[in-house]
Design a protein around this ligand. Structure first.
Ligand code: ADP
Length: 480
């Protein structure tokens, strides 16, 4: 997973030029000797000039080395910026950060830790450093620092400024070994020749997520502060993104699970409710048939209420079952000819079309990738509604069209019916939500909820526009 280490190559041309210069200077010196010039002063002067040339060549080389060092760090930082942009497992972020920081900070040991606010514990997740030192440390401690958990003492964090590399006094002791006796810590510091400790926290907003500690060599201070801060900030961002993604994934998984549970619940409960309800309705109907007119008028009326309510409940339960079947019993997707599906839909609606005198027109309709029987259901619900919610005394005119957009086909079903008050446009897709009484327009308010569910199962979207008293247009998208 980790990218190759960035090599720093000396500039060959500079190296060659320098070797050449040294050769020329040596040659010049020899010539001066050979030609035994007139005065000693002249020889001295020439020698001084040769010496000056040598010095400036050395300075040039040093500048080149320094430039090389900077370039190496720039390359390293740019490589880590790219690498840390990838979705990495959290452990890799810690380990990679430790390795890269160690390369930037030279001889330092780098300890990357993770903070858990629920336990108030900091756990070392990655350590990088010179191999020899790490081996000695292992021998002295008897274990690796990785996995070591410790509680950050109060006040320690306050000196660690967010986004800033801060020196914490007391060396290793303050960092990781609070649980070891101070004498042991001092001994380790001494034997490993450890110098100062710098710490920089990973922060997410106000929250402290963990820290990076750079333990320098006794004889070397920390040189590349800016670069270290840059890298730690990069790693902090990667960690933050990583955690946000993990939280989002967990949320999505939980949502999916609870959706499945709900679906199962809706299916099982509506399925199981059917049986006792059927008994109630059947026996009440039996009562009605056998005893109608034998009891008083109120009793007949009451029986009528029970039968009506029971039958309505049966319809609602069947609707609920249909709703839950959209995803549980959905068929496979195939490339389908929507013209043919529409013909089938119109055949299913034939009586309604004839009774209402509706005129249905269409533009050419493309092929789409869909579950054919569900797509028929979508057309049927939308055209059925367009007929049902017609204006009195106005011939229903319904027009279907389609256009391609962003890999999807956007269908529209436009009518010249009663229209919908714009403030209710969102509500009509909610299960059992209706805008009219049952006596005026029959129905349970499930049609659009099922339609929406089908469209969403196809990865599409549905919405409506309307002008009350003029008509409505329903739009939905399906993959092309
Ligand atoms: P139902 O048709 O059983 O009432 P739907 O879910 O199909 O249930 O529709 C919900 C509500 O949306 C309807 O009660 C109606 O108020 C409104 N509606 C749906 N389609 C149209 C339409 N084409 N014109 C006007 N109102 C509509």
């Amino acid at each position: 997973m980790s990218p190759p280490e960035v090599p720093w190559k000396k500039h060959d041309r500079i190296e060659a030029a320098d070797t050449k210069l040294q050769e020329i200077l040596a040659e010049a010196e020899r010539l001066i000797e050979d030609r035994s010039p007139q005065s000693h002063d002249e020889v001295d002067l020439l020698r001084q000039e040769i010496e000056l040339l040598r010095q400036s060549s050395t300075e040039c080389k040093r500048a080149e080395e320094a430039l090389g060092g900077h370039l190496k760090i720039v390359q390293l930082l740019s490589a880590s910026a790219t690498h840390l942009l990838e979705p990495l497992p959290e452990n890799e972020v810690f380990e990679y950060t430790a390795r890269q920081l160690h390369m930037i900070a030279g001889n330092a040991i780098v300890v990357v830790s993770d903070y858990d606010p629920t336990t108030n514990q900091t756990t070392v997740r990655a350590v990088a450093g010179p191999e020899q030192k790490l081996q000695r440390e292992l021998a002295l401690l008897g274990r690796s620092l990785v996995g070591l958990a410790f509680t950050v003492a109060e006040g320690t964090l306050s000196i660690v400024v967010p986004g800033n590399l801060a020196r914490v006094g007391g060396g290793l002791y303050d960092l990781s070994f609070r649980q070891l006796p101070e004498t042991v810590c001092r001994e380790i510091e001494q034997k490993l020749d450890l110098g100062e400790v710098y710490v920089m926290p990973f922060v997410q907003g106000e929250d402290y997520m963990g820290s990076v500690a750079i333990i320098t060599d006794r004889n070397e201070g920390l040189i590349n502060r800016g670069e270290i801060e840059l890298l730690v900030n990069q790693a902090g961002l990667a960690l933050k993104r990583n955690r946000a993604e993990a939280a989002l994934k967990e949320y999505a998984d939980r949502l999916k699970r609870s959706n499945e549970d709900l679906e199962r619940f809706a299916y099982v409960s509506s399925h199981d409710l059917q049986e006792p309800l059927r008994t109630i309705v059947t026996f009440t109907q039996l009562l009605e048939r056998r005893y109608k007119g034998q009891m008083d008028k109120d009793a007949d009326e009451y029986i009528g209420f029970i039968v009506e309510a029971g039958t309505r409940m049966q319809t609602l339960i069947n609707d609920l079952l249909d709703f839950s079947r959209v995803s549980t019993r959905g068929g496979a997707f195939a490339i389908v000819d929507t013209e043919a599906l529409l013909d089938q839909t119109l055949a299913n609606l034939q009586t309604k079309i004839e009774d209402s005198g509706a005129e249905i027109t269409r533009d050419p309709l493309p092929r789409v990738k869909a579950d054919p029987s569900q797509l028929v259901q979508v057309f049927q619900n939308l055209i059925g509604n367009a007929i049902k919610f017609r204006r009195e005394g106005v011939q229903p005119r319904i027009h279907l069209s389609a256009r391609r957009t962003n890999g999807m086909v956007q269908f529209s079903v436009a009518d010249n019916g009663i229209g919908i008050d714009p403030q209710y446009l969102g509500r009509i897709f909610v299960i059992f939500q209706r805008l009219h009484g049952r006596d005026k327009y029959p129905g349970t308010g499930i049609g659009l909820a099922i339609t929406k569910r089908i469209v969403e199962r196809h990865g599409g979207r549905i919405w409506a526009e309307s002008e009350p008293g003029t008509g409505s247009i329903f739009y939905f998208t399906i993959p092309a």
